[in-house]
Design a binder for this molecule. Structure first.
Ligand SMILES: [Zn+2]
Length: 175
């Protein structure tokens, strides 16, 4: 059974836990709670800009933000990063105390604070993408292509069904 990244590097899923044999996304009710929460969050965030770019440029200069290529952290405390800024996050995580927040949603705000204060990885700091083939992850991920069938399923569910799955979808916006 393979582990896959979907749309963005970072989060890994058991292929069988997420996809049916025909390659479509399994019904959410058939996934375990952790996979379900991450898939729904991921579907909302594929195509969003990098957090670090956004901290630099903001809404007024949104077109200067790179699309995120990687996702770290926990659902609702995610950090989205482009290729340029992933090294800053990994450096912060490994060398600047970020690791102590592994598994905490607070990881997101603490990284944002560090980056906004001018925190950057030093010259020459390199990422090791050891276990992943960069070819795995598409250049410009499209949620509908990466998670076929999921958007339609979410649109068809009413509030009660979503509540029953214990999903926090306040932040979901499909465009
Ligand atoms: Zn960036």
């Amino acid at each position: 059974m393979g582990k896959v990244s979907i749309g963005l590097r970072g989060w890994r899923f058991d292929e069988e836990a997420v996809f049916a044999a025909d390659g479509t996304v399994k019904p959410l009710a058939n996934m375990n709670a952790d996979a379900r929460e991450r898939i729904v969050r991921l579907s909302a965030m594929i195509g969003d800009p990098c957090d670090a770019c956004y901290l630099r440029h903001g809404d007024e200069d949104i077109e200067r933000c790179n699309p995120a290529r990687a996702i770290y952290g926990e659902p609702l405390g995610e950090v989205l990063l482009c290729d340029d800024h992933e090294a800053d996050f990994v450096y912060w995580f490994q060398e600047e105390g970020g690791k102590r927040l592994a598994g905490e949603r607070e990881l997101q705000s603490r990284f944002h604070e560090w980056f906004a204060d001018g925190g950057r990885s030093p010259e020459g700091f390199e990422l090791e993408h050891v276990e992943e083939d960069p070819g795995d992850v598409p250049e410009a991920p499209d949620p509908d292509e990466e998670l076929p069938g999921l958007e339609a399923e979410l649109e068809q569910m009413d509030e009660d069904e979503l509540d029953a799955l214990d999903l926090d979808i306040d932040d979901l916006d499909f465009e």
